[in-house]
Design a protein around this ligand. Structure first.
Ligand code: ZN
Length: 330
């Protein structure tokens, strides 16, 4: 196996292969080493290529400047005290489980003493997911809808509901060779509200490529909520307005956003049993991440492992801050 940092090779993985490749701490460390230094070690401080491995702490001691380089520096595993083997198992489960992973169950399986430790690990992995998806833009006909997440006893349902979190979901679509519509890439964001300004800002962020000004969206499909009418006018795109006379119509007329919303609600009310508003964005990112890679289930572990090895982490302190280190940059 050889995985390059910039041109990753996503290999298939399954329960039979996993212990062969990542059956020990050494196997996990070797993978991170090869990912960080695909052409062989070079010192991050002076560029020297010879090193001695300090076995106990698994640090590479530079032969020239004596800098101690770590395979986990600056990535999701930064300064972790938890064995990589446990991390890799958690990543495997989070990448491959369609319905979400029970963190309490994984705590038991992986023999992690403190629930807070694995809880933070899972959030760090979710950050890896969000960071990777933040590069993807939506194009063509984009289906958009909003939903409300939160306690069911919070008063009136729908728009205007108090104490619930507003979530804007957007899914790009494409036509397959038979002319049948398929869902493309999806994003879901916790938003301040469902006003036209908020939706416009989200759509601009999601549909305009970096360093460009022209959005890739050509048409918007939504319900008749006035915000969408304003947004489509401002963006100058066609508005396909779904008339929802019965709540059941939404599954038929706005199929992709509703599939994603149903999926997110099942994951959040199932294995996670409800989540705090300040952490909701990361759970949504997790659901979108898996949805966006549904065509590559076998590669999903390597894809997520690569995402975690190539992005920065979030600390426990940041997660516990009042805004929960909410990362809105998906
Ligand atoms: Zn050096």
């Amino acid at each position: 196996m050889h995985v390059k940092l910039n041109k990753p090779v996503y290999e298939d993985m399954n329960l039979l292969k996993f212990p062969k490749e990542f059956g020990s701490e050494d196997g996990c460390w070797d993978w991170l080493f090869r990912t960080r230094w695909p052409e062989g070690f070079y010192c991050p401080r002076c560029g020297h290529s010879e090193y001695t491995l300090l076995e106990e702490r698994r640090l590479c001691l530079c032969g020239a400047c004596r800098y101690q380089a770590s395979v986990t520096a600056g990535n999701i595993f930064h300064k972790t005290k938890t064995p990589l083997l446990k991390w890799f198992w958690l990543i495997y489960r989070m990448a491959t489980s369609k319905t979400g992973v029970s963190i309490a169950e994984m705590q038991q399986q992986l023999k992690i003493k403190d629930y807070k430790t694995i809880w933070a690990m899972a959030h760090k992995i979710r950050k890896g997911m969000a960071d990777r998806d933040s590069h993807y833009r939506l194009a063509g006909l984009v289906e958009v809808d909003e939903s409300f997440f939160g306690p069911s006893s919070s008063g009136k349902p729908g728009r205007g509901a108090e104490r619930k979190s507003v979530v804007i979901v957007a899914v790009s679509t494409w036509l397959n060779s038979s002319g049948k519509e398929e869902p493309g890439f999806a994003h879901a964001f916790v938003a301040q509200d469902s006003s036209a300004d908020t939706i416009e800002a989200i759509l601009n962020r999601l549909t305009v490529p970096v360093n460009e000004v022209k959005p890739l969206i050509t048409a918007l499909r939504s319900d008749g909520w006035r915000s969408y009418q304003k947004v489509t006018k401002k963006l100058g795109v066609v508005h396909y307005r779904a008339i929802l006379s019965d709540p059941k119509d939404s599954m038929r007329l706005l199929p992709w956003t509703h599939r994603l919303i149903a999926n997110a609600k099942a994951v959040i009310s199932g294995p996670h049993r409800g989540v705090a508003h300040k952490h909701l964005q990361r759970y949504l990112s997790e659901v979108c991440y898996r949805f966006n890679r549904r065509f590559w289930p076998e590669e999903s572990f390597h894809r997520l492992l690569n995402a975690c090895a190539t992005t920065s982490t979030v600390t426990h302190k940041e997660l516990m801050a009042p805004n929960g280190a909410a990362d809105q940059s998906q």
